[in-house]
Structure formats: structure tokens, C-alpha cells
Design a protein around this ligand. Structure first.
Ligand code: DGT
Ligand code: CA
Ligand code: CA
Ligand code: ZN
Length: 578
């Protein structure tokens, strides 16, 4: 069963939104629901397994919010939320989905223009109906249209963590159905793409009907799109499409190879088959002339019979992997188990939800050899960091490092996530920066600078002797904010030349650098840091998505600075300093 924390967090967030719209709460109350939502989402235990007392002790939750969570867990509803829902036009809630359009504006638009869908709104804007509406100047109209465009571009695609949770729940369910010989997910999810169009589940069984029936009648089946003996498609409540295909156990490998894709990779592989007088389909590899089945049971056999080693799914994008495989030159991809450290994390001193000690204990559980605490630096004013607080935290980190029952052999590094200002400068001067073990620097503002200024900004940050990692370099937020514009070849060249790593940030809505940018950076000899940027214990689980992205970028362990032993990492940092 999936954790209930996400459902609870979504409801608390909705409650906060509705308080804004209806004017039903002061800023403090609204903030407290937002904070509680984040805290519940990041909490390590599943709320549905906790009692009222324990729920009341989740940071930021308290009595009143705790009672609402209990109410939801026992009745499936929150009465106060239902009441707020009734107070606003349903159309306004749809419009809130548009990135950058706040709740207040959404309500105004739905009331004043009578629009209740995104299509209606874009038609209304095109017809000039926004003109003269107070608070909706030309700039606002332009922003709304841009938000709609962003939404459309991503339409139907979901973030990888959402798809992963759905897929794992379904695989676990179907694997338990009698007669199921094998079950796994294929498609873009198996290839670790950053966003997923639909989830493809593959199962093997002699008789497909029990699996199809279990799938159709499962709690996650909200709407059945189509169902037959070999394939059933449905939609979950959140609107995500899931395709289930059931094949005979003997052809498992051929089917898995086919439905993993990508389409472009499959075409390339089929060409090889044709050259060898063979025919490849989801049913197996056949002799083209006689039609006789040659192999189908495992993916390895299928590739082998074509003269290829097994190709890891993240590489299957027709980006040269077949050619490399033929030459025996496939990269040995970085794995989660190669990572010895994490160089980017937050505690509740800034916007994390867990205290230092909790984060450190969780990092140790991951088996890390070193762990950097990198809370936000002062220029990100909303985090209210100060130099004094940073120094006090350093003392705390040093003291905790001596508690061997907490840290074991793990080494704690004290760092910070600096803010790169529009000129490329960061929060403190060199003297102060020299006191940190490691430093991340990120763009958190001025996203819209022209490319040449953005390039100069990032190059200067790389040239800073104390900056070791550029955090989420393109500052994208999938479906919400476009990446910043820069001459990335120039930035990567500077990164490689200065000994500055580019981060592969593991947050599912960032995955930044993205796979294509990783490939580009590698051509310049850039080093990477695969970091969770964790704000909670649970965020540490995101490591799989960052590693998946790195694998899609053909990254090997040696190119990733946090796979290195600590001595080597320290030497890398020291080499850059004056
Ligand atoms: P998505 O769902 O947009 O994130 O991307 P995929 O790659 O999961 O695409 P999807 O769900 O349409 O199909 C899953 C895999 O099945 C795809 O990667 C390759 C295979 N496949 C499906 N239809 C075809 C086809 O018409 N030709 C070929 N060669 N392969 C196909
Ligand atoms: Ca798919
Ligand atoms: Ca599909
Ligand atoms: Zn961060």
C-alpha cells in the first residue's frame, strides 16, 4: 500500500489554498497549513500507522491540524475542507493549476469572465476579454498565457516519483495474483526518463484473465479505458494512464525488450536483426525465412543472439548505444551503491523539516562515508540565515561528529548552499568561505536574465575558489519554470577548467542537470555531484532518480565526485583554493 502521507499533504495544501481564496484565514494560519503539508510529506513514518499522539508530534502539525489528519484517516474526509470547497466556483480550482496564477486571480477570472476551464480562459484572453479588468494588465495576460503554454507542454506527463509510486503499488499487487510468473514496469519509467507519459506494466502468465480481472477491479482503477486478453488500459484517480500487457512466460524477455523501448532504440535493434536474416518483435526473435522462433525468454538472450551485450534501459534512446554495444564500448554506469557521500542537504535551521541530528542519522543509515550539511546562506532572505547561526551550526556539527553512536564512521562536512547573485558573486567573502569544508552555489533569483548575463554569472561562480558544486545549474522546475538561458558550453568549459562540479539534483521536479545537458557537459570533461538536496529524511529516497538521470547521461562512477573516497574529494576541493 502506498504511504498516505502524500494524500494528507495534498489535502493540507489544498486547505491552505482555499483559505487564501476564501479569505477564511490569516497569513499565519495559511503558513501553518503549508508548513504542516511539507512536514507530513517529508515525515519518515507512514501517518496511517500512527496514533493521534504521535501525529500531533510531527513537526509543524500540532493539535488542530493533527485532528484533521485523524479525521481524514478515519473517515476519508475533512469536513472543514469540504465546506471551503463548496464556497468557491469549481472553475477557479482548475485555473489554479496554471503555473504563476495565484488563487485570488483565479477566483477573479472565474467570477468576472465566467470561465471554468483552461481552454475557456485562453480563448477569453485571445478575445481580449481581459482588457480593462482591474489587476490584469498586458504583462499579467502574457504571464498567464506563458503559464498555460507550460502546462500544455507537460500535459499528460507526470513526474517520475508519482509514476514510480503508482507503478510499484501495481507491480506489488499483480505479483500476488495466483498464476503471475513475473511482473515489472517497462516503458519510459524503466528507462528513467524525467517525466512519464503513461506507465507500462508487463506481466507473464499462462492465463491472462485473472491478472486482467485483478487490475480492472483494483482500488487504483478509476476509469477503464479498454480491456482485452492481452492488454488493459486504465486511468488512476489522478488521471495517470496505466497499460497492462500480459504475455506468455516463454516470451517474457522479448516482450520486456519491446515494451521498454524507446521506439527509436527498438528500430535500431531491429535493423541489426534484419541484417542477420532475423525478425524481432514483442513475441521473440525469429528466423526471417522459416519463421522459426529462436529466442524470447530473457532480454539477455535476445541481445546476445543479435551480437550485443545487454544494454541498460537508461541508455536505450538511440543516442549511440547500439553502436557502442557492437564495439564493446558501453559505459559502466554509475550506481546508487557507488555513492559514498551526499554534498547537498538542509536541516530545519533553514527550510528543511528535520533537525540536524535526524538528518545525520538517516544519512548514516544510507551507508554514506561522508555527509555535507549545506543550509541556505543569508542572501536568500526568506530563510533568515545569519553568519552567527551558521557558525553556531558549525559547532553543533563538530560536536555531533564526536557522537560515534550517531555518526559511526561517517564524516560530517559543514557547508552551505550559497546564492549566486546576478553578477556571479556569492554571500560571503573568501575569508569566511574558507571556514567551510565544501560549498554548493545555486541560482535562486533573477531567472530571466539574458543568456549572456546568465553565462557570465555562472562562469564567475565557477571561478570562485570556494565554490565546489553548482547546485541545480539550470534552476528549472518541471512544469512550472523553464530552465534559465545561458551558453551552456561556455559554462561547462569553465566548470571543467576550474574544478567545479555540476550538480545532478535528485528532486523529481528538478532533475537538474537533465540527461541531455549531462551528455553535453561530459563532452567538456565536467565532473558531477549527484546530490539529494534533501530537506527531509524521506527526500533521501530521491537518490534513485538522480542516479537514473546520470545513467541516461552515460555517466560512470569516476566522473562523480561524491563516489570518490573522502581523501580524493578533499584534494579536489583543496586544489581549487588559493
Ligand atoms: P511515455 O509513455 O511517453 O513516457 O514513453 P514510452 O517510451 O513509455 O512510450 P509508450 O508508452 O508509448 O510505449 C512503451 C514502449 O513500447 C515504447 O518505448 C516502445 C514500445 N512501443 C510501443 N508502441 C510501439 C510501436 O509502435 N513501435 C515500436 N517500435 N515500439 C513501440
Ligand atoms: Ca509509457
Ligand atoms: Ca503505454
Ligand atoms: Zn538546496
Amino acid at each position: 500500500m502506498a504511504r498516505r502521507n502524500d494524500a494528507v499533504a495534498a489535502l493540507l495544501e489544498e486547505y491552505a489554498d482555499l483559505l487564501v481564496i476564501t479569505g477564511g484565514g490569516d497569513a499565519f494560519k495559511i503558513r501553518s497549513y503549508e508548513k504542516a503539508a511539507r512536514s507530513v510529506a517529508g515525515f519518515h513514518d507512514d501517518v496511517s500507522t500512527m496514533d493521534a499522539a504521535a501525529i500531533g508530534k510531527i513537526p509543524q502539525v500540532g493539535k488542530s491540524i493533527g485532528a484533521k489528519i485523524i479525521e481524514y484517516l478515519t473517515t476519508g474526509k475533512i469536513a472543514a475542507l469540504e465546506k471551503l470547497r463548496e464556497q468557491i466556483p469549481p472553475g477557479a480550482r482548475t485555473l489554479i493549476e496554471i503555473p504563476g496564477l495565484g488563487p485570488k486571480k483565479a477566483v477573479t477570472l472565474s467570477r468576472e469572465l465566467g470561465v471554468s476551464s483552461i481552454d475557456e480562459l485562453s480563448a477569453a484572453i485571445a478575445a481580449g476579454r481581459l482588457d480593462g479588468l482591474p489587476g490584469f494588465g498586458a504583462k499579467t495576460a502574457e504571464n498567464i498565457l506563458h503559464g498555460i503554454e507550460l502546462l500544455r507542454r507537460n500535459e499528460g506527463r507526470v513526474l517520475i516519483d508519482t509514476a514510480t509510486r503508482v507503478a510499484e503499488e501495481i507491480v506489488a499487487h499483480l505479483s500476488g495474483v495466483p498464476g503471475c510468473v513475473a511482473c515489472t514496469f517497462a516503458g519510459s519509467l524503466r528507462r528513467s526518463r524525467d517525466t512519464i507519459g503513461d506507465v507500462d506494466i508487463l506481466a507473464a502468465a499462462t492465463d491472462s484473465e485473472p491478472l486482467m480481472e485483478a487490475f480492472r477491479s483494483a482500488p487504483y482503477a478509476f476509469e477503464i479505458i479498454g480491456s482485452g486478453p492481452t492488454k488493459t488500459s486504465l486511468r488512476t484517480r489522478q488521471g495517470l494512464q496505466v497499460d497492462l500487457r500480459v504475455v506468455q512466460p516463454e516470451v517474457w524477455g522479448a516482450a520486456l525488450q519491446y515494451f521498454t523501448g524507446s521506439r527509436e532504440h527498438n528500430i535500431r535493434v531491429r535493423e541489426i536483426a534484419v541484417h542477420k536474416g532475423l525478425k524481432l518483435s514483442e513475441y521473440g526473435l525469429f528466423d526471417a525465412a522459416s519463421g522459426e522462433l529462436i529466442v524470447a525468454a530473457t532480454e539477455e538472450e535476445v541481445y546476445e543472439r543479435l551480437g550485443l551485450p545487454w544494454i541498460p534501459p537508461p541508455l536505450r534512446e538511440d543516442r549511440g548505444e547500439v553502436k557502442a554495444a557492437l564495439k564493446g564500448e558501453l559505459p559502466e554506469l554509475v550506481r546508487i551503491s557507488d555513492l559514498r557521500g551526499d554534498l547537498h542537504s538542509h536541516t530545519d535551521l533553514t527550510d528543511g523539516v528535520a533537525p540536524l541530528r535526524t538528518m545525520v542519522a538517516a544519512a548514516r543509515k544510507r551507508g554514506l562515508a561522508y555527509f555535507a550539511i549545506t543550509d541556505h546562506a543569508p542572501n536568500l532572505t526568506m530563510q533568515r540565515m545569519t553568519t552567527e547561526k551558521m557558525l553556531a551550526q558549525r559547532e553543533e556539527v563538530r560536536a555531533l561528529a564526536a557522537e560515534t553512536d550517531v555518526v559511526g564512521d561517517m564524516v560530517l562536512l559543514h557547508g552551505s548552499e550559497l546564492n549566486i547573485d546576478p553578477d556571479g558573486a556569492v554571500d560571503w567573502d573568501g575569508d569566511f568561505l574558507a571556514g567551510f569544508d565544501v560549498l554548493v552555489a545555486s541560482v535562486h533569483s533573477h531567472f530571466g536574465l539574458p543568456a549572456d548575463e546568465q553565462t557570465r554569472r555562472l562562469v564567475r561562480a565557477c571561478e570562485n575558489a570556494y565554490v565546489n558544486v553548482i547546485g541545480h545549474p539550470r534552476a528549472r522546475s518541471i512544469g512550472k519554470r523553464e530552465p534559465i538561458d545561458a551558453d551552456w558550453d561556455a559554462v561547462f568549459e569553465a566548470a571543467a577548467a576550474t574544478g567545479t562540479a555540476m550538480e545532478i539534483n535528485c528532486f523529481p521536479d528538478r532533475l537538474d542537470l537533465s540527461d541531455d545537458m549531462v551528455l553535453r557537459a561530459r563532452r567538456h570533461g565536467v565532473r558531477f555531484a549527484i546530490d539529494t538536496d534533501c530537506h527531509s529524511v524521506r527526500n533521501m529516497e530521491n537518490i534513485r532518480y538522480g542516479v537514473g538521470t546520470a545513467q541516461r547521461g552515460w555517466v560512470t562512477a569516476d566522473e562523480v565526485i561524491n563516489t570518490w573516497p573522502l581523501d580524493r574529494l578533499r584534494a579536489f576541493i583543496a586544489a581549487k583554493r588559493p
